[in-house]
Design a binder for this molecule. Sequence first.
Ligand code: PLP
Length: 354
Amino acid sequence: MLDTQPIQVEKATESKISKVDFSNIQFGKIYSDHQFSISYDGENWIKPIINAYKPLQISPASPALHYGISIFEGLKAYKHEDGTVAVFRPDMNFERMNLSAKRMCMPQIPEDVYYNSLNALLDIDRQWVPVNPGTSLYIRPFLFSDDDFIGIRPSQRFKYMVITCPVGAYYSKPVRVKIETHFVRAVEGGSGYCKTGCNYGPAIYPARLAQEEGYDQLIWTDGKYHKYVEESGTMNLMFIIDGKLITAALGDTILNGITRDSVLTLAKDWGVEVEERKVEVAEVVDAIETGRMQEAFGAGTAATIAQIATIGYNGKDYDLPPVEGRDFSNRVLRMLDDIRYGRTEDKFGWLHTL
Ligand SMILES: *Cc1c(COP(=O)(O)O)cnc(C)c1O
């Protein structure tokens, strides 16, 4: 592959940063000064540019709008005490994005485009990486069809972009989740393992119904029998049962979460037994009822660990042990934060520093 052209830089004429209240940031509301974009013309990646964050021009016939021909990623950059900016495991997001791209008949993003854009954008917006404890800069790479053709077929032209936004310390109250027995998120043979736009829109309605019943989020079950638990909202789902860490094995219906992988890696390193397999709803309910379930949590980039307080199933609520006594997940959260903020050795080589 030919090396892509150098990135053209058009700095924003005015920075918005002085208007931002960094002690009170709402997720996804405020974007940093600059955006990166590059076009794919059917053969080559052309016109890489960093310019001011602004609305796009897109054809009304773009398949991104009509058929969800669009994929995305989510990762975070952290500021260390010495001013270093470190991105957590961007190599995994790169691989996953290209896996999603393949599933959606989109071109592979070249490695140099991915890393050069990340480095250049974070460098120009370095002061947007917040410093307060628990805060970070959320990075959203995305790729979408830039065709001007409404037929259903593989697109020819695409745009890859990266935008970023500062995010506050994630304060998460333990959540009430409902095991979903009607709606489905993903099926065997489907695209559940991809971060493609069309997986997320339809998940909002079932989640809203659960919220009306007093739950914060859903636990998705398998699309065929609703017999196995899969994920919780947009997080991977994990349990500690009889001291073992148990989570759904990867496959068509499970998103290969980077937090999931990091939690499993730490667990193995600490000598905690790990089981990646199908997890029956019946097993989960039984483990709670017999007091063998010590911990249950979601794992994802937004919260890292979202503790589950209560699981609802078939109209009944099952309460889990108090969060204070959850040794494993609390330790994982501390360790991941210590690595990300550079307070401990990056033993697994997870940080990409700038
Ligand atoms: C993004 C996502 C996750 C979590 O992945 P991370 O890489 O840990 O952020 C889990 N499940 C779904 C469905 C997701 O979209």
